[in-house]
Design a protein around this ligand. Structure first.
Ligand code: ATR
Length: 276
């Protein structure tokens, strides 16, 4: 039977993953397809049964099912356990379905070259921040500060992952010149969301790196603000592509070309690609 992969979520029609994976499958000359599946609220368990029955070789999981899917899988690897969420399911040779999380590592890969032992500021303490914080810890980064609208959620993240320390948003703003990498993980600035800035950047350090995990728009108000200070900025497209590339390699044993895909998707989303 021809292999097939999928992405499940709700909503799913906006997902760029089918375009990305289909292109990589073609490039790699793998005879398989990748389809988006809209899963109705309350139907996740049935959907997972269906995927297994119909011979799906692996699938991605997106909002709102990344946590909810855990009980329906046979095993969860350390990345997904630590983060408490799954974004990739792999069918093993003995037909077991194993959950992974490639989001955080995907983000780190999207950063490219970074200074040694950077001081890192994470803005936000939701699921995305958790994935990134976990991957940062796994990759050996130690100096991590988490600032969030609700301080208790930042403290919870620090406690759960035993990483870094929570600080107030105003404190982050005041001592911004301490940080080498600033990572915006909240939905602020996303199309159809509030356009407020999580913090102002007037105290930003020269040569700092500012990343936003949002990729729609490609240049969020936060990145626009960062551009005023001539620092290196990174949008969320790299994270999307790299998490997908890691999933693709788990399924197919081949690492696809991420840089070319970032370029293609940037063009598709109407931006100018700058290779850094
Ligand atoms: P995800 O879980 O996918 O990362 P989310 O749950 O929608 O996304 O967002 C969670 C994070 O964004 C949280 O840190 C949240 O702050 P709170 O802990 O105070 O809720 C933050 N966030 C969401 N909307 C925000 C806004 N308008 N202003 C500031 N922070 C916001």
């Amino acid at each position: 039977m021809k292999k097939w992969f999928a992405v499940i979520g709700n909503p799913i029609s906006h997902s760029l993953s089918p375009y990305m994976h289909e292109a990589w499958l073609q490039e790699s000359k793998i005879d398989a397809s990748y389809i988006p599946i809209h899963v109705e609220e309350g139907k996740l368990e049935e959907a997972v049964k269906g995927l297994k029955l119909l011979g799906c070789s692996g699938w991605n999981v997106t909002v709102p099912y990344k946590k909810e899917i855990i009980p329906f899988l046979d095993e969860i690897d350390d990345s997904a356990k630590g983060i408490g969420a799954v974004n990739t399911v792999v069918k093993s040779e003995d037909n077991r379905f194993i959950g992974y999380n490639t989001d955080g590592l995907g983000f780190i890969q999207s950063l490219g070259l970074i200074p040694p032992t950077p001081q890192i500021l994470l803005l936000g303490a939701g699921g995305a921040a958790r994935g990134i914080a976990h991957a940062l810890k796994q990759s050996g980064f130690r100096n991590i500060f988490i600032a969030n609208r609700t301080r208790a959620n930042a403290e919870q993240l620090v406690n759960d992952l035993q990483i870094g320390q929570a600080i107030e948003l105003h404190e982050a703003e005041e001592r911004l010149d301490d940080f080498d990498i600033i990572i915006q993980t909240t939905p602020q600035g996303m199309k159809n969301q509030e356009n407020t800035l999580p913090i102002h950047l007037h105290k930003i350090k020269e040569h700092a790196i500012v990343a936003d995990i949002v990729y729609n728009p490609l240049v969020t108000p936060f990145l626009e603000e960062a551009n005023k200070y001539n620092v290196r900025t990174i949008n969320g497209l790299g994270m999307l592509v790299h998490q997908g590339a890691i999933a693709f390699s788990y399924w197919n044993g081949i690492k696809p070309n991420s840089d070319k895909m970032v370029e293609r998707l940037t063009e598709q989303l109407g931006g100018n690609y700058v290779n850094r």
